[in-house]
Design a protein around this ligand. Structure first.
Ligand code: F6R
Length: 357
């Protein structure tokens, strides 16, 4: 029996139960959707000319995912901003959503304080912290996440809260049936990925075993390009491994030119190509041609396409779940704790005590 099919290994290597958070992804979405039903927003928020989502890491990716899902239907530009200084376009016509699980992330707080001087249309999503205090100071709507986890493991909340805000402000139309169907399909898919299911039938375990010992480079286009970022960051934070992502079609104009040297790199990397049933046909063709080029250049690769069912939202959520499980199983194979991120914690502590002239 290999490691992943040994039930004892999970409790030992995962004392903070990251597995439980991954398994609760669909219930996080469901609970957040229900909790947000009573969340009210001022009617003047409906009028805006652009949208800026502030956040970092596990609290920013929800914004990327929602943006990629809806941007071809929304008449205003949506930008996800991960830095201290606010972009120059922000003015009283900008709708700002600040997302920070802890509420204490300094880049998000700094940008949010500038935003509050420029626009009266601000919203905060957080468990509390300084951002919650600022939301009281500036009297802006505050959605409190009531779910204890690592920020990245609360994605069901940070993603759904933004989706619901968009629905409430009539930025997008999304029906209750669409959400229900996505949750049902996600719950069913979860059963196919859990540790009880042996490697022979478990796609997530199979992918993790292929990655073991290699650097995963994740490629995706359109809605799955943002999911590729999620896979990459989950490999970094859960599996504690280096990982990169690339977007198609852009990668076809540069990245694939760089496959020649150093020669021994072939032994060290694996490409994961996320393929969507909703991709533009020319992007599908590009994915297949890219796979061919990888094969011709003797690189390891894995094409990842889940069974077709439901909407693009549903597909996106299932591919996120698959990636979360793969990163989790990879952590177990490397025998590292999937929850702890000592380098990130160390850096945050040092920043807090650093002297600033
Ligand atoms: C930790 C994680 C990080 C945090 C980031 C910002 O699980 O995912 O990427 O999300 O350091 O912190 P928060 O989310 O508290 O604003």
């Amino acid at each position: 029996m290999n490691n992943l099919d040994n039930p004892k290994i999970y409790k030992k290597l995962d004392p903070e139960n990251m597995l439980g958070n991954i398994q609760e992804f669909s219930s996080q979405i469901e609970n957040c959707w229900i909790e947000m039903a009573d969340f009210t927003l001022p009617t003047h928020y409906i009028k805006h000319k652009n949208i800026l989502i502030l956040g970092m890491g596990g609290s920013a990716i929800g914004g990327d995912l929602v943006r990629s899902l809806v941007q071809d239907k929304v008449p205003v530009p949506i930008t996800v901003h991960r830095d201290y200084r606010l972009p120059g376009f922000v003015n009283s016509d900008t709708l700002i959503i600040a997302s920070s699980y802890s509420g204490n992330t300094e880049e998000t707080i700094t940008a949010f304080e500038q935003a509050c001087q420029k626009t009266p249309k601000t919203i905060v999503i957080s468990t509390g912290g300084k951002l919650a205090s600022l939301s009281r100071k500036y009297r802006c709507p505050f959605f409190k996440i009531r779910y204890g986890a690592q920020p990245r493991a609360a994605l069901g909340y940070s993603f759904t809260a933004i989706l619901k805000i968009f629905q409430k402000l009539k930025i997008i139309e999304i029906t209750e049936d669409e959400i229900k169907e996505a949750i049902l399909l996600l719950t069913a898919y979860n059963k196919k990925l859990t540790p009880e299911l042996g490697t022979g039938e478990n796609r997530a375990k199979q992918i993790a075993e292929k990655i073991l010992g290699r650097i995963p480079i994740v490629l995706g286009s359109e809605i799955l390009s943002e999911v590729a970022i999620r896979w990459k960051t989950q490999f970094n934070e859960n599996s504690k491994t280096i990982s990169f992502f690339e977007r198609l079609p852009e990668a076809n104009h540069n990245f694939i030119a760089g496959l020649e040297v150093p020669k021994d790199l072939k032994e060290k990397v694996i490409f994961l190509i996320l393929q969507s049933h909703f991709d533009y046909p020319r992007n599908k063709l590009r994915q297949n041609l890219t796979l061919q080029i990888l094969q011709q250049n003797h690189f390891s690769y894995e094409s990842i396409m889940i069974e077709p069912a439901g909407t693009s939202l549903s597909e996106m959520l299932r591919v996120i779940l698959l990636g979360d499980y793969v990163s989790y199983y990879l952590a177990i194979l490397y025998r590292v704790d999937p929850t702890k991120i000592p380098n990130v914690e160390y850096l945050k502590e040092r920043l807090e005590t650093a002297f600033m002239p």
